[in-house]
Structures are given as C-alpha cells and as structure tokens.
Design a protein. Sequence first.
Length: 135
Amino acid sequence: MADSTALALARRLGFRAGQVVMEIGYHDDVDQMLREVIEQVTGRSMVDEEHRGCVDVVLLWHRQDDGDLADALAEAVPPLTDEGYVLILTPQPGGEGRGARYAIAEALSATALAQDPTELGDWTVLRLVDPRTKH
C-alpha cells in the first residue's frame, strides 16, 4: 500500500478513480511506487501501447536512447480523450538516460500541449495538457 505522500502526488498529477492509463516506455528503471499508486488511485491496471481504445492519461517514460520524443508524442496523443493528458517522465538532470532539455522543448513545440513540470525522485514529470480544455 502506498503512503499518503505518494497518494497526494498521484492526485496532484491528476489521477482519479476509473481512469484508463496507457503506459509507454516501461523498463526496469521506472518508479515502481508511482506505478502502484496510479493503479491504486484509478482502481485499474495500466494498459500498454497495444490498447486500441481511448485513454484518459498516457504515462510516457522517456530516456535519451528511446528515440525521438516528438515521434513518441505523435503516437501518444491520438488515443487521448478530449480531457486527457500526457505525463512525460524523463530522468533527472545528471541521471543516466536523461534527455537534453532542448530535445524535450523541440518535441513539445510540435504539439499544442502546455507543460507543468514536477520532480519525482529520480524522474522529472512533465504534465502536458491541451490548454483549450479544463483539467
């Protein structure tokens, strides 16, 4: 069971009961506590990129060697519901596999999404939302 701080963070990131969360880029370096808390708050197991329905949130773990972030975002955005959002998790500055900040900024410039950064242990979380919707 997750502690109250982790639950508060999950809620601050916008997770709610019943949401469908798609996870992309899972490897053994991800934050397992965050994954557990997301499933606890939503009451559902996360789906992977093979899921063919709509999703409320895309949890995108992205490291420097994972390829082009703009391409990953191009695949992550279409299954989102109108009120959906993307969380990009990248290793903290100085962490192994962290993407260059300019690459992240460049990838985001190709979308209409606004960002809201949060620190989470070894990861930086960027919450990307469509500024035209209410979140």
